[in-house]
Design a protein around this ligand. Sequence first.
Ligand SMILES: Nc1ncnc2c1ncn2[C@@H]1O[C@H](COP(=O)(O)OP(=O)(O)OP(=O)(O)O)[C@@H](O)[C@H]1O
Length: 245
Amino acid sequence: MNRETDSILPLELDGVGYAVQGRRLLQGVSLRLEAGTRTIVLGPNGAGKSLLLRLCHGLLEPTEGLLRWGGASGLAEQALRRRQAMVFQRPVLLRRSAFANVTYVLGLLGMPLVARAEAAMAALDRFGLADLAARPARVLSGGEQQRLALARAWAMEPDILFLDEPTSALDPSSTLAVEMAIHDFHVAGVKIVMTTHDLGQARRLADEVIFLSRGQLIEASPAATFFKGPVSGQARAFLAGELVC
Ligand SMILES: Nc1ncnc2c1ncn2[C@@H]1O[C@H](COP(=O)(O)OP(=O)(O)OP(=O)(O)O)[C@@H](O)[C@H]1O
């Protein structure tokens, strides 16, 4: 597949919001996520970062506004979902072997049996998990589980990968492995959209920063611009390590 020409991206959000029982947790978010770049979503606790990712991935329905996948004319909702993957802070794994966790998802995507096994082994191998393929996923260490989640996402060949604080429960060496994996996805042309509380990591990985505060989009700018001199007082305070809420 040529990710440049066939991608479901860009993703456009037009006044997107999410409310629960009348409480507006996210409101009026308008932005455009382009193919090719790594977008890092920053903001204090409770700013709405996870909600934003879940809305983009289709795990939640916006209660206001519209999301539009620009490159996906005519694609049904289910087909759109198949071109996206998401990795969470704590990996969601089945009570099966590492290998079966990957082949199961590929089966859902309709991949034939033999191709499934080959793609799963290639993905496990790529992330250093070939020797652990037969091991129950749930006995793997936290770092191995996260690499398995990434291997599973890799095997799906998504156009876009959402990552919600993927390293916040990991030690430095596992964090490095995840950052290297994200680099591999990026080089392969997969759009990255990721939340993190680790500003060093954001500086290492970001091409573009989206800064949220209290459910609102405050800034969306190239990473160099954002880290050099954010426009808003909230972002300046956040970067300065002040307690922002
Ligand atoms: N289903 C829900 N029902 C009610 N409130 C919710 C729901 N989901 C999220 N919230 C609230 O919405 C706000 C934004 O949550 P979200 O998880 O997106 O924040 P976040 O920026 O990812 O925070 P953190 O950095 O702490 O993970 C929080 O106040 C949270 O408690």
